[in-house]
Write a protein that binds this ligand. Structure first.
Ligand code: ADP
Ligand code: RBF
Ligand code: MG
Length: 199
């Protein structure tokens, strides 16, 4: 059959958003594959509460990483406030000289592969959403907002006889995602303004 290249089919695209939270602390350390975890409560907000567990791919919009919160008041006792500059309004005096160029190039859109489920290999007791972005980052970005456009299902979650076979399958998932997203009908979704709006 010859026809126009097929794009995502229902129920895709699915859209999901949430802040990057701390996960199980294994992705980078044990598997060498970092995964940005977002709260599962996002599934109900996005109308995907009955989404099947498994491995999915799509595009991710990543917002700026918020600055760390100020220390609690008791730790600030005795701290001397900086002197106000007389001829400058307070806000301008506190503003940094200039945005450091390219140190935080986000918000930006990246290809992603993700797992929704129970991580049977680790026998988790809670369902999790974990997103691996196909990009190398110089630092972590906990607290940043992730916006996801999920375009397809790759496979169900499996239990594995070894960690190496789990890693091997995730590497294959990454290749599948990269190749699928290169195709025009999937590529166009990476250009949707939704992915970076409000980030
Ligand atoms: P955790 O168990 O807290 O999720 P991981 O070891 O899975 O920790 O590491 C994930 C964290 O690493 C993410 O929250 C993010 O801040 C950072 N990170 C760096 N590079 C990536 C990437 N390519 N994809 C996803 N997260 C990344
Ligand atoms: N965990 C599993 O137990 N079984 C899987 O089939 C599985 N597939 C995954 C596929 C991808 C693309 C990703 C990013 C993760 C997958 N995981 C799977 C989750 C993995 O165990 C988890 O990311 C680490 O334990 C870190 O929390
Ligand atoms: Mg993780």
């Amino acid at each position: 059959m010859v026809g126009p290249p097929a794009g995502p089919e229902p129920p895709f695209p699915l859209r999901l958003t949430g802040p990057v939270i701390a996960g199980f602390g294994r992705g980078s350390k044990e598997l060498g594959i970092p995964t940005a975890n977002i709260p599962v409560s996002g599934l109900s907000v996005g109308g995907c509460e009955d989404v099947e567990s498994g491995v999915y791919y799509g595009w991710a919009g990543l917002g700026r990483t918020p600055p760390p919160p100020p220390p609690p008041p008791e730790e600030r006792e005795g701290e001397i406030p900086p002197p106000a500059e007389p001829d400058k309004p307070a806000a301008a005096a506190a503003a940094p000289e200039e945005e450091e160029e390219d140190s935080d190039p986000r918000p930006a859109v990246y290809p992603m592969v993700m797992s929704i489920g129970w991580n049977p290999y680790y026998k988790n007791s809670v369902r999790s959403i974990e997103v691996h972005l196909l990009h190398s980052f110089p630092a972590t970005f906990y607290g940043a907002t992730l916006r996801l456009t999920i375009l397809g299902f790759i496979r169900p979650e499996y239990d594995y006889v070894s960690k190496d076979s789990l890693i091997e399958d995730i590497r294959t998932d990454i290749d599948v995602a990269r190749r699928c997203l290169e195709r025009e009908p999937y590529g166009v979704f990476g250009k949707e303004p939704w992915l970076v709006e409000g980030l």
